[in-house]
Design a protein around this ligand. Sequence first.
Ligand code: ATP
Ligand code: MG
Length: 603
Amino acid sequence: MVLRLSKLFLRTLREDPADAEVASHRLLVRAGYIRRAAPGIYTWLPLGLSVLRKVEQVIREEMTAIGAQEVHFPALLPKEPYEATNRWTEYGEGIFRLKDRKGNDYLLAPTHEEMFTLLVKDLYSSYKDLPLSIYQIQNKYRDEARPRAGLLRGREFIMKDSYSFDVDDAGLDDSYAAHRGAYLKIFERLGLEVIPVAATAGAMGGSKSEEFLHPTEIGEDTFVRSAGGYAANVEAVTTVVPADIDFSNAPAAEVRDTPDTPTIETLVDAANVLVPRAEADGGPWTAADTLKNVVLAVTLPTGERQLVVIGLPGDRGVDLKRVEANIGSFLPIAGEITLEAANDEDLKKQPLIVKGYLGPGMSLNAPLLGTEAAAKMLYLVDPRVVSGSAWVTGANEAGKHVFGLVAGRDFGWDGVIECTDVRAGDEAPDGSGPLETARGIEMGHIFQLGRKYAAALDLKVLDQNGKQVVVTMGSYGVGVTRAVAALAESNHDDKGLVWPRAVAPADVHVVAVGRGEEIFAAAEKLSLELEAAGLDVIYDDRPKVSPGVKFGDAELVGVPTILAVGRGLVDGVVEIKDRRSGNAENVAVDKAVDYVVNAVRNS
Ligand code: ATP
Ligand code: MG
C-alpha cells in the first residue's frame, strides 16, 4: 500500500496540545494519530488506526495460538446480568448508565464477565464442551475519576478480554497458564517490556491474579521487586510476619502521664524522658515501639459512611490503596468504596475518640464506650501486631499513654490487614531479598475468577458422572489502546515518534525533496516498487512543501525507515535513514528497494 501525503487525511501540528501531560499523548496528537473528542475519549485518524490494527493483529494471532476464539459483544447492555452479580451496584460511579425510551436501565459495559458467562450458559451444557476460551477486542466504557495521559487512561478504550471456562480447578490452572504465556508473547512481539507482578483481585473477586506492568516513571502503579525475582503490585505485597511472642511473663500494662504528646514524635521524645527504657530491655524507645491508631472513613457502595480504626507500628504510615485492596472481606457489602482519613465531622459522631491519644480497646468493645452514639468501629491491625507483642499506645485519655500493652492479652482486634506503606529495603515475602520500588503502567491483567460469576449466573454443566457442577472461570484483559500509548511513550525522541517495526503505520516513509520533476518521478517509482515488494509505504509527494517541513513530519510520524529522494539523484543515489539510530546512508537508486526490504526483514 502507498499512502500519499498529498491525499492522506492528516494534519501534523507544530504545537503541543494544551492538555497533554505525557509524551505519548503529545506526540500522538501532534503527529496526527488521534484527536480528542471529549475528556478521555478519542477519535482515531488513519495513521492511528493503522497502528491500532497492528497491535490488535498481534493479539489475535497469539489468542488463536492458544485456541481462543473471537466473538463480539455489544457495548450497550441491559442492567439485569450486572445486577445478578451485584456489579450494577459495586461499580458505583465508575460506569456509564443510561435508560431506553421505556425507562429500562442499561449500561455501557466496563468489562464483560456477565455476558460471556450467560452466552456459554445459553449454548453449552456438558463437560465435553469444555475447556473453552473465547475473547473479543472491543470498546469498554468506564467513567474514570481521572481520565489522564491521553489513551493511557481513557473513558472509552479498547480492551482485548478473554474468558476461560473449565470444569475443574486443574483445568482453570491450565487455561490461566496458557493465557499467561500468550501475554508474554504478545508483549514480546510488540517490543513492550512487561513484568508480571502478583496482584490483588480488586472488584473482580476470585483468587490468583497477576498484572503485566510496563515499567515507566509515568506509570500510576507502584510495584516492588527483589533481586531474587519477586515482583508484586504494592497492594499485593504481604508482610513478613514476626513469630508470636510468649507473654506469660510480660509485666502488666501501665498508664502514664505523657502530657502534650499527640504525635508519635512527641510521644517517643517524652517516653524517653519520662519512662526511659534500659539497654537490656531494648534501649531508648523508638517509633517502632508505639502502636499508632488511625481512624479512616469508608464510604460503602450504598453511600453509607463507616469508621474503621487501623492499628500499626508508629514508624509506618497507612497506605490507603493497600487498605482499600484488602479491606473488602471486613465490610458488610462488596463493591467500590472510597477511603479517606476520618474528618472532624466523622470524629464528632464518636465523642469518646480522644484525638492523638487513641488506643485499642476503644474501638473494640462497644460496651466500653458506654454510649449508643459511639457505635462499634471495626478495629484492624497490621500483621506485625502479633500475639504477645507489647506496645506504647494511646490510653484513650488526653495526655496519657499506656506502656506494655500486650496484643492478645490486653487487647484484641477484628482482623489483620495489609495496610502499611511498603518501603524499599523491606524483605520480600518469599525471602528473595530486600525490595526496591518502581513505577509501571498496567498493560494486562489475568485473573482466576473461580466460580463467582458462574455461581451467580447459574452456569453449570454435567460432569463425567452426570452431576451438575458449577463451571470455573478465568478472565484476562489487555489494554489495546493503552498499548498504543505505551508503545509511543517508550519509543520516541525529541523529534517525534520512533515506532518499532511490528506496529509502525508503514515500513518506509519516502520523501521527495526538491522541485525537479525527475525527483518526483523517481520517488513515485521507488514507492511503487517498494509496494510491489510487499511493503507499506508512506510517500510524501506534496509538491510545494519545504524539505524542512517534510523531514520534520517524517520524524514526527515515526516510520522506522526514511528514504529521501533529492539532490543525490543526479549522482544516482538516494539517502536511506534509520529513524531510531539516525544513521543515514547513500544508496544507489537501483539498490534502494533491496536495501529497504532487507532493513525491514532484519529488524
Ligand atoms: P487500572 O488499574 O489501570 O485502572 P484496571 O485494573 O481497572 O486498570 P482491568 O479491569 O484489569 O483494568 O482491565 C484490563 C486492562 O484494560 C488493564 O490491564 C488495562 O491495560 C486496560 N485498561 C483498564 N482501564 C483502562 C482505561 N481507563 N484506559 C485504557 N486502558 C484501560
Ligand atoms: Mg486490572
